[in-house]
Write a protein that binds this ligand. Sequence first.
Ligand code: TPP
Ligand code: SF4
Ligand code: MG
Length: 288
Amino acid sequence: MSGDSILDYFRKDSLPHIWCPGCGHGTATGALVRAIRKLGLDKNKICVVSGIGCSSRAAGYLDFDTVHTAHGRALAFATGIKMARPQMKVIVMTGDGDTAAIGGNHFIHAARRNIEITAIVMNNSIYGMTSGQASPMTPKGMRGTTAPYGNVERSFDLCELAKAAGATFVGRATAYHVPLLVDLIEEALRNKGFSVVEALVQCPTYMGRKNKMGDAVRMLELFRDGTVNVKAASHLSPEKLEGKILIGELHRASAGEYSAEYRAMTSKVRRSYGEFKGGLYGCASNSD
Ligand SMILES: Cc1ncc(C[n+]2csc(CCOP(=O)(O)OP(=O)(O)O)c2C)c(N)n1
Ligand code: SF4
Ligand SMILES: [Mg+2]
C-alpha cells in the first residue's frame, strides 16, 4: 500500500515534531518520504531503523515499521532485520555522530558486506542532541562545546569512506538542494546493495550559534555557496574547486548483495547436508 499524500507517511499523532525551528532534519525526513512516494513502495514493507540523536528521532514520526535503537547501533539492528526479513526495504536514519563516531565500525562493515540497506546520514557536523559537542564531522577550526577555542581534530569525508569500504551507491546533497536529495534517496532505494546518502543539514541551535553562522536561512545559503555538483566539477579548475564540497551521485558499483549470498550459501549447505544424510542412510540400509 502506498500513500496518496505526504502526510499518509507520517504518524500524525506524533506531530508536531520537537526539532528546533530551522533544523534541517525535517527536510531530510521529508526527502525520504518523497522518494518513497515517487517509487510507490509498499508502506507495509518498509522498516526504518534509527540510532540516538536529534536526527534519529525521525523514525518516530514515520508511519512504517520503525525501530529506535541504541546510539551508533542502527546499522547492526538493520542488518539483523534485513537478514530475517529480506523482503523488507530497510532504511537507516542516522546522524553524523551516530554513524562516524560510536557507530563507525558498523558503518564500515555494512559497506564491506554490501547488505541491501539505505543509510541516510543527516550530517549537521555536530552532536545536536547532547548540546553541541564536536563530532568526527566537525571541520577543523570550527567550534563546539568540547572545542570552545576551535576543533583541533581533522574531520574526514564520510562518502569517501563508504566508497572505500565497499558501498555500491554513494551520494551527497544538502538541505538546500532538496530535489537532488530526493533523487539520490530514490536511486539509493533502487540499489540492490549498501547505499549511503549523506544529507548535509543545518543545526542552527548549536553548530550555527557556536560558529556565528547566522540563522537557518543563512546556513542554507552557505550550503548553496559551498558546494559544487560533481557533474559541473569536472569542468572547473582546481582553484575554483578549492574548499568546495562535492554533491550529487559520487559512486556506483556492482557487487553481490550480502543477505542474498548468505541465503544461497546456507541453502547449498542444507542441500549437501541432506545428500550427506541420505548417503549415510543409504549405507545403513546397504549393510542391513
Ligand atoms: C552509548 C551512548 N553514548 C553516548 C550517548 C549520548 N548521546 C546521545 S545522542 C549523541 C550524539 C548525537 O549526535 P548525532 O548522531 O550527530 O545526532 P544529532 O543529534 O546531531 O542529530 C550522544 C553522544 C548515548 N545516548 N549512548
Ligand atoms: S539541537 Fe540542532 S540538531 Fe537538534 S533539533 Fe535543534 S537544530 Fe536540530
Ligand atoms: Mg549531528
